[in-house]
Design a protein around this ligand. Structure first.
Ligand SMILES: Nc1ncnc2c1ncn2[C@@H]1O[C@H](COP(=O)(O)OP(=O)(O)O)[C@@H](O)[C@H]1O
Ligand SMILES: [Mg+2]
Length: 358
């Protein structure tokens, strides 16, 4: 549904240059909820603004629903009209709602339809239908100042849907909202995704958002996508940085000469008492250094960092046992567990023993 190839954006101001996007190849399938993650400054907002050509890429291509937007973005009037038409199939939701305070809720939703020159009666019909869809049928005549943050964002979503988009782009749509309101907005986005078959790309720095509603995700760093894929596939990939971001299981070893193991549970293995079986079978004492459990796409997934007494060489058999149970097992190098890598380093904070991977 959305494909970018070699997308690059360089901002120039005076003699300063900032490479905000550095060759991004993104592929979002139709009907997916796709999360874009990364720290502040990673290039997430620039990427999403390039997807509808609000920002003109320096190089590379953007194709949405089969239309190459970058090819349309000429300087001629006709090209601009074609771009506007293509863009009307892409809705956008903003962190700070961007509602016009002088207009009623209904008039805010009608705004894009006015621009598309839809007649008055049809505009009103559509706006009321959309307000009903987002649960605000009774607020049509209210003004933005009379609404809560969550209600304002619902108006923002209704407005984004006015042009019957195939794609909805959302830049930190829930960052200004409290946790409970965030959950209800996420639920709304999930419902719209399922009811309307809407493809959604959302930027977030909240891992919970990804775990709750995303089918796939990309992790950005320094203008590049350093990892992407379906959430469940990433979680099942040894050494995945995305998985570590989603399930941060910190925990320092209690001393030298011990083996630290990160275990990811999913599927049937998530509900079996493997740790106590391990302890009983091999008569080892196991310390749990950190753990996180959650439901992803309706399935239980968890990560746990445990410590076994003795160096790796003495724990080959118990680690093999864990692998045989269908668990994903990453053995951390002792030196790396102490989080030696400085923040922002490109190397993963915990490198994994290649020799131990199967
Ligand atoms: N309009 C702009 N002019 C100059 N630099 C910009 C502009 N917008 C963003 N940047 C720079 O591009 C980089 C990526 O920014 P942004 O896409 O906003 O990241 P994110 O949304 O991940 O925080 C940052 O270094 C930022 O300072
Ligand atoms: Mg941003």
């Amino acid at each position: 549904m959305i494909t970018t190839t070699g997308l690059t954006k360089v901002y120039r101001s005076g003699d300063r240059e900032v490479t905000a996007l550095d060759g991004v190849d993104l592929h979002v399938r139709e009907g997916e909820v796709y999360g874009v993650l990364g720290q502040s400054g990673a290039g997430k907002s620039t990427l999403i603004r390039c997807l509808n050509l609000l920002e003109r890429p320096t190089s590379g291509t953007v194709t949405v629903a089969g239309t190459d937007l970058t090819a349309l973005a000429g300087r001629k009037e006709r090209a601009n009209a074609a771009l506007r038409a293509a863009r009307s199939h892409i809705g956008m939701v903003f962190q700070h709602f961007n509602l016009l305070s002088s207009r009623t809720v209904q008039d805010n939703v009608e705004l894009p339809l006015e621009i598309l020159k839809v007649d008055r009666r049809e505009r009103a019909r559509k706006a009321l239908e959309l307000l009903d869809l987002v649960g605000l049928a009774d607020k049509a005549k209210a003004y933005p100042a009379q609404l809560s943050g969550g209600q304002k964002q619902r108006v923002g979503i209704a407005r984004a849907l006015a042009g019957d988009p195939k794609v909805l782009l959302s830049d930190e749509a829930t960052s200004a909202l409290d946790p409970e309101t965030t959950r209800s907005i996420l639920q709304l986005l999930r419902d719209l995704n399922q009811q309307l078959g809407l493809t959604i790309v959302l930027i977030t720095h909240e891992m919970d958002v990804v775990k709750t509603i995303c089918d796939s995700a990309a992790l950005m760093k320094g203008g590049r996508v350093i990892e992407s894929g379906t959430v469940s596939e990433r979680l099942a990939t040894p050494g995945s940085e995305l998985a570590r971001e989603l399930f941060p299981v910190g925990g320092e070893p209690s001393g030298d000469g011990r083996t630290v193991v990160d275990i990811t549970f999913h599927g049937a293995a998530a509900t079996r008492p493997v740790i106590s079986e391990l302890s009983r079978t091999y008569n080892v004492d196991i310390s749990i250094l950190g753990a996180a459990m959650d439901t992803v796409g309706g399935k239980q997934i968890g990560r746990m960092r445990i410590e076994l007494p003795g160096p790796f060489e003495e724990n080959v058999v118990p680690i093999g046992f864990l692998r045989e149970q269908g668990l994903q097992v990453d053995v951390a190098e002792a030196a790396d567990v102490a989080d030696a890598a400085p923040a922002g380093a490109t190397a993963p904070a915990t490198t994994l023993r290649k020799d131990a991977a199967k």
